[in-house]
Design a protein around this ligand. Structure first.
Ligand SMILES: Cc1ncc(COP(=O)(O)O)c(C=O)c1O
Length: 467
């Protein structure tokens, strides 16, 4: 049935336009469906965020990108894909004793819902993280993004359920929560990565309102977007608090291997978890390659099924996965499996060059900021102990319109921190990423950013000067 459309749509509150190749387009008057009749998530800012940022990046390809959280591309080599596939094939034959038929079936056919590299993932967790898990507690997923969706889908059992998440929060988490109608309530992050008093307060407040906080989402290592990390003492306190309040923790750890020079790696929550409080999410996007779209979850919580049998939460999540993606691509798993095998199960060993490059870039970024904004300055930033991101705080609101202007007039991209907060309050900060650039590009990007900031400060000061 055709319905009258709403005509041309202007930019929304976030400056987002209906776009086609970067140009605003008019919505046809003769439409078949109205977005208001679709699931509310599709018109939610959280689901528009990545599209908007990609659209700006595509529209200004010459701009230096301190926005992209992608891994460094120069280390990618097509020959590695072939090598990893062959390594995995040889593993099937030599280590698992598969005959040719089994090899073919494993690589070419539909496969086990929970994945075919679960043993290798378990070994990787033991080698790199000292996490000991039964491989049956692992589900290999289509990126970490699918892992989030499966966990949130399972936890959202009814309308009283809510998720707590350290703010600022990765937008992929907020978007996945929207898709399953699970409200997200912020917990203060602050400079220590999580405000534990606020977490307890939020849990109690939600319960007092008759709600059921199912879990708290945290990123203890070099968080996206804040760059902050939680220290060992607070990790232990967080686990104690979770036990006291009977709360699950969802630990997302895509950046944990990339500590900066001189920084010590801190055990993950999952490595410290003796009470099965932590559902652990992993991604091979930054440590192997994002093109494979392989991630995983560890869910060892024991669940009693309706028939009385007890098994890991992973088994329940696999049922959901069987209706979302059926199974993760065997070929993609084979490539990742081969990469794991090539380094004795260690991604720490596989990422020596990458870690050094990211550490160098982070050092370069911080030194560059110090040079361009010497104290006293109205501009400040944090110095993360690793990862891809740092946050720059400025004395004016940073919104999508400013990003567009930065891209168009100054030739530099970054990410407004407002994208990582689940409200519309103005945020005077932006995220800088060092992962997909060279030191030279960081220099150019910072010069351009410093020019933008100087102009914004001058503009803010202008009325007073004129008065
Ligand atoms: C915190 C966080 N979690 C999850 C993901 C998604 O990982 P994947 O590419 O494996 O889906 C990202 C990607 O940037 C991320 O930053």
């Amino acid at each position: 049935m055709r319905r009258p459309g709403r005509g041309p749509r202007p930019a929304d509150d976030h400056g987002r336009l209906n776009v086609d190749g970067g140009r605003p387009v008019e919505v046809a008057m003769d439409v078949d469906l109205d977005v208001a009749d679709l699931h509310p998530a599709v018109d939610d800012p959280a689901l528009n965020s990545m599209n908007f940022l990609n659209e700006v990046a595509q529209r200004y390809p010459a701009a230096v990108s301190l926005a992209a959280g992608r891994p460094y591309e120069e280390f990618f080599d097509v020959a590695d894909l072939h090598r990893h596939l062959e390594t995995f094939r040889a593993h099937l034959v030599d280590d698992l004793g598969y005959g040719p038929e089994q090899v073919h079936r494993t690589l070419f056919q539909y496969g086990r819902t929970k994945g075919i590299i679960h043993d290798l993932v378990a070994r990787n967790l033991a080698v790199d993280e000292r996490i000991t898990v039964d491989p049956e507690s692992i589900v290999v997923t289509v990126g970490c993004q699918e892992a989030m969706l499966l966990v949130l889908r399972a936890l959202r059992a009814g309308p009283r359920d809510v998720l707590l998440a350290v703010a600022p929060t990765y937008v992929g988490l907020t978007g996945a929560a929207r898709l399953v109608d699970l409200p997200v309530r912020p917990v203060a992050g602050g400079p220590t990565g999580i405000d534990l008093a606020d977490l307890r307060e939020q849990v109690r407040r939600a319960r007092a309102e008759g709600l059921r906080p199912r879990a708290c989402y945290v990123m203890p290592d070099f968080a996206n977007p804040s760059g902050t990390s939680i220290d060992l003492a607070d990790r232990r306190r967080l686990l104690d608090l979770a036990a006291e309040e009977d709360l699950l923790l969802i630990e997302d750890n895509p950046y944990g291997l990339f500590h900066a020079d001189g920084a010590q790696r801190v055990p993950t929550l999952k490595a410290l978890d003796t009470g099965r409080r932590v559902v652990y999410l992993g991604s091979f996007a930054k440590t192997v390659l994002p093109g494979a779209r392989v991630g995983y979850l560890v869910a060892d919580q024991r669940v009693r099924d309706s028939d009385g049998t007890v098994g890991p939460l992973a088994d329940q999540l696999a049922k959901i996965k069987s209706m979302v993606t059926v199974n993760t691509s065997a070929i993609a798993q084979a490539v990742v499996g081969g990469a794991l095998l090539a380094h004795g199960g260690s991604l720490v060993a596989a990422n020596v060059r990458e870690r050094a490059a990211y550490a160098r870039n982070l050092r370069h970024l911080v030194a560059g900021l110090e040079r361009r904004f010497p104290a006293p300055s109205p501009v400040s930033w944090n110095v993360p102990a690793g990862g891809f991101f740092a946050v720059l705080t400025v004395p004016f609101p940073v919104d999508d319109a400013l990003l567009r202007r930065s891209a168009q007039e100054y030739g530099v991209l970054w990410t407004p921190m407002a994208h990582f907060y689940d409200d519309t309050a103005p945020v005077a900060a932006l995220r800088l990423s060092i992962s997909a650039v060279t030191c030279e590009q960081i220099d150019v990007g910072l010069d351009r950013l410093a020019a933008l900031i100087a102009d914004e400060l001058a503009r803010a000061a202008a009325p007073a000067a004129l008065a």
